[in-house]
Design a protein around this ligand. Structure first.
Ligand SMILES: *[C@@H]1O[C@H](CO)[C@@H](O)[C@H](O)[C@H]1NC(C)=O
Ligand SMILES: *[C@@H]1O[C@H](CO)[C@@H](O)[C@H](O)[C@H]1NC(C)=O
Ligand SMILES: *[C@@H]1O[C@H](CO)[C@@H](O)[C@H](O)[C@H]1NC(C)=O
Ligand SMILES: *[C@@H]1O[C@H](CO)[C@@H](O)[C@H](O)[C@H]1NC(C)=O
Ligand SMILES: *[C@@H]1O[C@H](CO)[C@@H](O)[C@H](O)[C@H]1NC(C)=O
Ligand SMILES: *[C@@H]1O[C@H](CO)[C@@H](O)[C@H](O)[C@H]1NC(C)=O
Length: 388
């Protein structure tokens, strides 16, 4: 039965992947040496870092391994997070179950090679389970279900460290009387009054999200106002919000795609108008339909392409690509009363894998993982032609 299921799955795999995209043969990487693939970060237009269980791979856009790096960790630590901090530095985040999370820094030697920079550094005064760690400029974020904590990265020529800040985005910060349940964050830069600012979206399981405006000073994000994007009364059916990606934003309008914990609901695209810290107007603009598998991890975007990964309980995954041009945040347009439902234009499938790698490359290409240690690159140039 199981064999049959896997066989029919592979047949589906071949059928769907000749839809619109042109895929290269997949490349299989040495499982013993690298371990399973976990997550990824874009380093430049043609280099990407793949965080695997045992090493970090630096690959080019043809999926060739340019170099790889060891990860200092003990058997009992998991390293699941990777993010680029500046053009020459990226970080890997690790945690032992429920205990002190830490970061490892890697800095480039040249265009193909990196090396560890300084020692591993623990987050000060934080010995609790975190959902994720990420960073932008010299601000680091630890995400926990009840709070997002901002830390400051202090970099010198030969070393680095992490400093605490006053900024804890929790129930009190957002002026809520009941506990909040944060599931993810996402952020995007914008310019206002000649100042570099960031719109930070803190996704909340029941409510939708909180928004936070932060100004950048000395490369550090400093939150100065916030409000609620209340999606709770938004439709007839309660939705549970998982993750988000900002398509575009100004200080007063954003276009955001939210993925939903599946209970029969589609993922949604919304337009948000920030009237004041008390009032936020929300318009649902599009819905993203798929099979009944739950969306999983972050939605990603590239131009008119919206990518959403979905998994079933057997950890089989499908990566859906939607071809949809979402108007830029400040564009004037008529909002439809009923938001049109979009179907994926392409679906890239994988037999069971513990994690999943999926990202867009320049030139309308998509890279996705198959099982735990294979990558495939596919060309989506049809989509681009369709838009023009
Ligand atoms: C990287 O790709 C983006 C999008 O295609 C392009 O705008 C940018 O100029 C590219 N950067 C470099 C350094 O090639
Ligand atoms: C980059 O640095 C590595 C390690 O030092 C070296 O082996 C490699 O030849 C260098 N590549 C280039 C293009 O300089
Ligand atoms: C973190 O807490 C655990 C118990 O909850 C304790 O065993 C461990 O020593 C603590 N770690 C640090 C670095 O304080
Ligand atoms: C909090 O969110 C998680 C998903 O991250 C969900 O599984 C859990 O049920 C939520 N808890 C409550 C009390 O809503
Ligand atoms: C957003 O701000 C810009 C300039 O600050 C203004 O021109 C525009 O009318 C505002 N839009 C809305 C919807 O408030
Ligand atoms: C509204 O719906 C029409 C017809 O489905 C579509 O052509 C138009 O692009 C939609 N407008 C927006 C802003 O989504």
């Amino acid at each position: 039965m199981k064999i049959f299921y896997i066989l029919s799955f592979i047949v589906t795999l071949c059928k769907t992947q000749i839809n619109m995209a042109f895929c290269d043969d997949y490349i299989e990487y040495d499982m013993n040496y690298f371990g399973k693939f976990i997550s990824n970060a874009k380093l430049s237009n043609n280099t990407d870092a793949i965080l695997a269980e045992k090493r970090v791979l630096i690959i080019d856009d043809e999926l060739n391994v340019l170099s790889s790096l060891p990860i200092p960790k003990t058997q009992t630590h998991n390293c699941e997070w990777i993010f680029q901090q500046s053009s020459d530095t990226f970080f890997v985040g690790c945690q032992k179950n429920g205990e002190s999370p830490y970061l490892i820094a890697y800095r480039s030697i040249n265009q193909t090679h990196y090396q560890q920079f300084g020692d591993i550094v623990y987050f000060p005064n934080l010995n609790e389970t975190i959902i994720k760690v990420t960073g932008t400029l010299n601000t680091l974020f630890t995400i926990q279900s009840k709070k997002v904590t901002l830390f400051t990265l202090v970099l010198s020529a030969s070393d680095w460290s992490i400093k605490t800040t006053q900024n804890v985005l929790d129930k009190n910060y957002f002026a809520r009387t009941t506990e909040i349940n944060i599931t993810d964050i996402t952020l995007a830069p914008f310019i206002q009054d000649n100042l570099q600012q960031y719109k930070l979206i803190v996704v909340e399981y029941n409510l939708g999200a909180f928004w936070v405006d932060a100004v950048v000073r000395n490369n550090i994000l400093s939150p100065f106002r916030n409000g609620l994007i209340n999606l709770y009364y938004f439709s007839n059916y309660q939705k549970y919000y998982q993750s988000a990606v900002i398509h575009s934003t100004t200080q007063n309008v954003s276009q955001i795609v939210f993925t939903i914990f599946y209970n029969g609901n589609y993922d949604i695209s919304i337009k948000v108008v920030y009237v004041s810290t008390y009032t936020t107007e929300v318009y649902e603009t599009y819905q993203f339909r798929s099979n009944e598998w739950a969306s999983w991890n972050k939605p990603i975007l590239f131009g008119n392409l919206q990518g959403i990964l979905r998994r079933n309980t057997l950890k089989q995954s499908i990566f859906n690509v939607y071809n949809i041009q979402i108007p830029v945040a400040n564009a004037q347009y008529e909002s439809n009363l009923t938001s049109p439902v979009y179907d994926p234009v392409d679906t890239f499938t994988s037999p069971p894998q513990d994690f999943a790698i999926y990202y867009f490359n320049t030139g309308y290409r998509v890279v996705h993982s198959i099982e735990n240690n294979k990558l495939q690159s596919c060309d989506l140039y049809n989509y681009k032609l369709q838009m023009e």
